[in-house]
Design a protein around this ligand. Structure first.
Ligand code: SAM
Length: 243
């Protein structure tokens, strides 16, 4: 019996796992996601990977509780080292920073050869993942943004293909920062996220203006001004194109 209801965040990740694909969920913690999709019959077999002892034991307990030990393998290890080449069709990595997710993918590159889809949910710095995908032959095919319990989450879905395709007709830096799909879709959560970032950056800018001049502060100020301009222009432009 499936005892755990998934959060909307993990439900959204699960929605993008194609029916019948084998799965590795890296950094699985309680293994809620693999248990849920296997229990639902969507995925025939899953690996739940965990690097830390506590979450690894939680995952083992959950899989036993749900009587899924035949179909969900809990393995302890760093990133993609827990999977064998060709073992899974789809990889999910959720609930970590974007830079960590990108480094897990980079360090396990040789395990990705037969993987067909990546579903990645960074808690911050989605730009690190978009940059890695662009440089590594993975095409971003969809993005989602959602708000849950006062936090905003982005979900990035990628397949092998033309990594530049989502950024055609777009300024690359803006696309990498905001997300080429999210920027067009302009969901309320997207607006909330970037209005919040703008407010935060403007506050930092004011503090820098009050601080004593230095080369380092001048550089920070310039970078912030550039980011503020980029985000304001992108958000205003897309809004003005709406019917
Ligand atoms: N994926 C679950 C979710 O989204 O709810 C759990 C997220 S939890 C905040 C992040 C988990 O990733 C932790 O349990 C942590 O031990 C694990 N983790 C961090 N770095 C990892 C790595 N390099 N390899 C495997 N697991 C890792």
């Amino acid at each position: 019996m499936n005892t755990e209801k998934l959060s909307n965040r993990l439900e959204t990740v699960a929605k993008y796992i194609p029916e019948g694909y084998t799965l590795a969920d890296i950094g699985s913690d309680h293994a809620y996601l693999p248990c849920h999709v296997v229990q639902a019959g969507k995925v025939p077999y899953a690996v739940a990977g965990e690097v830390a002892e506590g979450p690894f034991q939680s995952a083992r307990k959950q899989v036993q509780l749900e009587e899924l030990t035949e179909k969900v393998q809990v393995r302890k290890g760093d990133g993609l080292e827990v999977i064998k080449p060709g073992e899974v069709d789809c990889i999910t990595i959720a609930g970590m920073g974007g830079a960590l997710i990108a480094s897990i993918l980079e360090n396990g590159k040789e395990k990705l050869e037969n993987v067909k889809r990546l579903i990645l949910q960074p808690n911050l710095s989605a730009i690190s993942i978009r940059t890695w995908l662009l440089e590594s032959g993975w095409e971003l095919i969809a993005e989602e943004i959602l708000e849950e319990d006062g936090k905003i989450y982005e979900i990035l879905i990628a397949e092998k293909g033309d990594p530049k395709k989502p950024y055609v007709n777009d300024d690359l830096s803006t696309g990498l920062l905001l997300g080429p799909f999210l920027k067009k879709e302009m969901e309320p959560a997207f607006q909330t996220k970037w209005q919040g970032e703008l407010k935060n950056w403007k506050r930092i800018l004011q503090q820098l203006d009050r601080a004593s001049r230095s080369e380092e502060n001048d550089k920070k100020r310039e970078e912030l001004q550039e980011k503020i301009k980029m985000v304001e222009e992108a958000v205003d432009n897309e809004e003005s194109k709406r019917p």
